[in-house]
Design a protein around this ligand. Structure first.
Ligand SMILES: Nc1ncnc2c1ncn2[C@@H]1O[C@H](COP(=O)(O)OP(=O)(O)OP(=O)(O)O)[C@@H](O)[C@H]1O
Ligand SMILES: [Mg+2]
Length: 256
């Protein structure tokens, strides 16, 4: 791949929902570029279009304006080169075991033989520390464990980019922090490229190597920030992001 071509390019992307009554503009002319091994975070308030952007990168929704390119090629459909991990715990097939959930996805999309799929599934299940639970069914697992299965399933496809939509938002605070640490150590091992959505500022700072700050609805790019490299920098960054996210409301309040 040409080193001057970004892995993913979102270029002037406006996304709209057309309902019989309304035209909802979710994002307006959003630009960003993701390079291999980036941990790129979309951060913004509820309703600013983060999930919609992820859907569009996933190929589930076409921009009304602008283009999305993966390795220079226009994204028009979903594909195994972009795997999604959702917030919900019910994204696994309940009638399949942990291993079967991963194997099924590999056989269906990557067209691996049964044996290859099983070997690869074992490898990634081990990476998320679930080998002992490989033959368990989803209802036997905690929320955090289910999310680890969803992550293993996504990673096993070895996509160009892993898309994560608030994957830890429904977890309790302690488990959430542990999952963030685990994601970081997984990343240290393989340096996969991830596009991570959150509305938590501390989570964005912890996970992201770069953070794209979106304005409230409709989402426009407010800033692109490099993440902190020390605890004091992290605190300073958190203050700066808070200021940028809330300054509009403050201006409004001061005008009243
Ligand atoms: N299927 C849909 N039909 C119509 N409008 C929609 C649909 N899905 C989302 N929207 C609207 O598009 C805008 C962006 O929604 P989106 O779900 O992308 O926001 P978000 O940033 O992911 O929010 P949250 O942090 O709450 O998940 C919102 O105004 C929402 O109401
Ligand atoms: Mg969302």
């Amino acid at each position: 791949m040409d080193l001057n071509t970004p892995l993913l390019e979102v270029d002037g992307v406006t996304l709209q929902y057309k309902t019989p009554q309304h035209l909802v503009t979710a994002t307006y002319r959003v630009d960003f570029k993701i390079w291999p091994s980036d941990r790129f975070v979309l951060l913004g308030p509820s309703g600013c279009g983060k999930s919609t952007l992820l859907k569009a990168v996933g190929g589930y929704m076409a921009p009304t304006e602008g283009e999305i390119r993966l390795r220079g090629r226009l994204v028009t459909d979903p594909g195994p080169d972009r795997m999604m991990v959702f917030q919900e715990f019910d994204q696994l097939l309940p009638w399949k075991t942990v291993k079967q959930n991963v194997v099924f996805a590999l056989e269906a999309s990557r067209r691996l033989s049964g044996r290859e799929a099983e070997e690869r599934a074992n490898h990634y299940i081990d990476k998320v520390n679930l080998t002992k639970f490989a033959d368990s069914y989803p209802h036997m697992l905690s929320g955090g464990m289910k999310q680890r299965v969803a992550i293993a399933r996504g990673m096993a496809m070895e996509p160009d980019i892993l898309l994560m939509d608030e994957p830890f938002a429904a977890l309790d605070a302690l488990t959430r922090r542990r999952m963030q640490d685990e994601l970081m150590s997984l990343w240290e091992g393989t340096r996969f490229t991830v596009l991570f959505v959150t509305h938590s500022i501390p989570e964005a700072i912890k996970i992201g190597s770069r953070i794209l700050l979106l304005s409230p609805h409709p989402g426009e790019v407010k800033a692109e920030l490099n993440t902190a490299t020390s605890p004091s920098e992290a605190m300073e960054l958190e203050g700066r992001i808070q200021h940028m996210l809330f300054s509009e409301q403050i201006e409004v309040a001061e005008n009243v």
